[in-house]
Design a protein. Structure first.
Length: 290
């Protein structure tokens, strides 16, 4: 006991002992489950937050300044690119206007009829799918436009991606669309599509069948020296009764020589997605006088 009082008589050791006890008590207090912070903790957090805010805002402004400078460089570069694009657009517009005027002058010189001048001025009727017939023998759609809307048998139907089919039956308020995926060269009621390449009109062939296994269209009767190649975009070449000129059909996946060796056959991946039908368009051509 006497030794203990002697130890307590040492002031330095006494202060360390008191501090250790307070530290242990503080640890027990802060680590225990509590619903809210104590006022010293709140004061400390608020103080630290205030100090961080003082230093953070100027640092943020400086960092933002450097970021704005970098953005200004990007904006300057984009502005230069837009100027170049605008110059190209202006040039192309002038060329288009000149070609358009020349084309009209030639039409007048060749005494084109009004029907000939208007033959490519198509009208697009927006329509929605009412029902789908998934029968493998007779795949078809029913749309919500009919005879009262000017829809007629033989008109083409497209999606935003490409050709879908052709109107096969019309009633007053609805119409039936026969899909191009039903095309069969052996079917006498299946009409082929005269087709060409979007950027090369020297390409020509007939799309007359659909391969159910590969989900592709078959383009046949292509001449042996025809310049058709893979990745060509195939469009309709034009037909007086259906499939107007310029409707996108698909992309060439493969070109191969026909079995007899005198022509070529191209495998075409359809551009349209034949599922999840949403909006479609009925393409109406100007009336051709009889």
């Amino acid at each position: 006991m006497l030794e203990l009082f002697k130890l307590l008589g040492n002031k330095r050791l006494f202060v360390i002992l008191i501090g250790l006890v307070m530290f242990i008590a503080l640890m027990g207090f802060t680590l225990g489950p509590r619903a809210s912070l104590s006022w010293p903790e709140k004061f400390l957090r608020d103080t630290v937050g205030f100090a961080q805010n003082i230093f953070y805002k100027p640092a943020g402004y400086i960092a933002g300044l450097f970021k704005d400078i970098a953005n200004m460089r990007d904006i300057y570069k984009e502005n230069e690119e837009l100027k170049i694009a605008l110059a190209h657009y202006t040039r192309d517009k002038v060329q288009y206007n000149l070609m358009d005027k020349r084309n009209k002058d030639l039409e007048e010189a060749l005494h084109f009829t009004n029907a000939q001048k208007e033959q490519n001025n198509y009208t697009y009727h927006i329509t929605q799918v009412v029902s789908v017939n998934s029968d493998t023998v007779n795949r078809s759609l029913v749309i919500d436009l009919g005879e009262r809307d000017g829809i007629k048998v033989g008109q083409s139907v497209i999606s935003s991606e490409g050709l879908v089919g052709v109107i096969s039956h019309v009633s007053n308020f609805t119409s039936t669309v026969k899909l191009i995926t039903t095309m069969d060269a052996k079917d006498p009621n299946s009409n082929g599509i005269s087709a060409t390449a979007l950027n090369n009109h020297n390409v020509f062939g007939i799309i007359e069948s659909y391969d159910e296994v590969s989900k592709t269209l078959q383009m046949t009767q292509i001449k042996e020296d025809d310049p058709i190649k893979e990745k060509d975009t195939i469009v309709s070449a034009g037909d007086p009764s259906k499939y107007p000129q310029g409707l996108i059909i698909g992309t060439v996946e493969k070109v191969q020589v026909s079995p007899f060796g005198k022509t070529k056959t191209a495998t075409i991946k359809p551009a349209a997605e034949f599922q999840d039908w949403k909006l479609l368009f009925v393409v109406s051509q100007p009336e051709v006088p009889q």
